[in-house]
Design a protein around this ligand. Structure first.
Ligand code: 13P
Length: 336
């Protein structure tokens, strides 16, 4: 299938992406937080439980997997990518290998994973992946992000995206400006604008086809230690403004990360964005924590009880599906 078509399917109306690509280190922290040992079997159990939820296919267009999960086989003897494909959910793969301190600016990071990426992508395609993800991370403080971090991470995202398209897959381009910090929303806006601008500059140099990417940015928020409340309408207004002025219109859509927002905040903000969306862009979700937190807690109560975990997950998937159409409200949340 052509990459433009895959991108459209990832952004299909009322659907979003589940980011279940936590590295083993991150997943171990998540499982530790609910008191479940982080074994390959338990990691598979939780993920398989989510992926076999009835109705997941109605709200979820694609799942980003971690290398371990892409290679795992379910209790029913079917591979995880095949299990997803059977439900018309597109399997994706995180291909960056994580962050390392950026030389010359040790408090900032550069995302690694370009070495051997062409060959890895070929194997991932064989295993069923049709899109990929790479996350660049930017920190806000009075001196960060540095020009070096902005340019280096954008350059890596562009080289990654070009290789992914060469392998006939859709790159999710994820520049994440972290919400940690005391800064206000305007600072987040200014930094995100600079970051997006540089990303598209580098994507253009690398000849990446913008019709065949999905952008996964942060929303425009007050820093989590600012003490300032994030009003949904203001988040929506500023986020839309930032995207409109920095994202070329060839990009088919935006699938936000949740980045440490609570489940409810992430839903409310996405809904508010779609209520005022006057652009051609699709705005949907590519949430990790904001789709999995409640489900993970429920699962930890009894990891053999799939249906209660699935109910929690499907509530969040449905609420975000509604938010992706601007049709979510408090009454529907309470009713669910
Ligand atoms: P969060 O929604 O938890 O931020 O995760 C999304 C993601 O894929 C981070 O890379």
């Amino acid at each position: 299938m052509e990459i433009e078509k895959i991108a459209k399917l990832m952004l299909a109306p009322g659907k979003g992406i589940l980011a279940a690509d936590e590295s083993t280190g991150t997943m171990t922290k998540r499982l530790d937080s609910v008191g479940v040992p982080s074994t390959p079997e338990n990691r598979l159990n939780f993920r398989e439980t989510l992926f076999t939820s009835n109705k997941a296919k109605d709200y979820i267009s694609g799942v980003i997997l971690y290398d371990e999960t892409l290679r795992q086989t379910t209790s029913q003897g079917i591979s995880i990518p095949a299990l997803l494909e059977k439900q018309n959910i597109i399997p994706g793969i995180k291909v960056d290998t994580g962050v390392k301190p950026l030389a010359g600016s040790a408090e900032e990071t550069i995302t690694e994973g370009l070495n051997g990426l062409r060959e890895r992508l070929q194997e991932y395609y064989q295993l069923g992946a049709r899109f990929a993800k790479w996350r660049g991370v930017y920190k806000i403080s009075n001196i960060y992000p540095s020009e070096a971090a902005i340019v280096a991470n954008a350059h890596s995202l562009a080289r990654y995206a070009a290789l992914v398209q060469e392998a006939n897959m859709v790159p999710i381009v994820e520049p994440e400006v972290l919400m940690d910090g005391k800064h206000d929303m305007q600072k987040c806006f200014d930094v995100t604008a600079r970051v997006l601008h540089e990303c598209f500059h580098q994507l253009k140099i690398a000849k990446v086809k913008l019709e065949g990417i999905v952008l996964k940015p942060n929303m425009i928020l007050n820093g989590s230690e600012s003490g300032i409340k994030n009003e949904n309408e203001m988040v929506a207004k500023k986020t839309l403004e930032c995207i409109k002025s920095n994202v070329p219109e060839e990009v088919p859509g935006i699938a936000f990360l949740s980045g440490g927002q609570t489940e409810l905040e992430a839903t409310r903000n996405l809904n508010a964005i779609n209520k005022i969306n006057n652009t051609e862009f699709v705005f949907t979700f590519s949430y990790g924590r904001a789709l999995q937190q409640s489900a993970l807690k429920k699962w930890a109560e009894d990891i053999t009880n799939a249906s209660d975990t699935q109910n929690e997950f499907i509530v969040r998937a449905l609420m975000n599906s509604l938010a992706s159409k601007g049709e979510w409200n408090e009454a529907k949340e309470i009713a669910a």
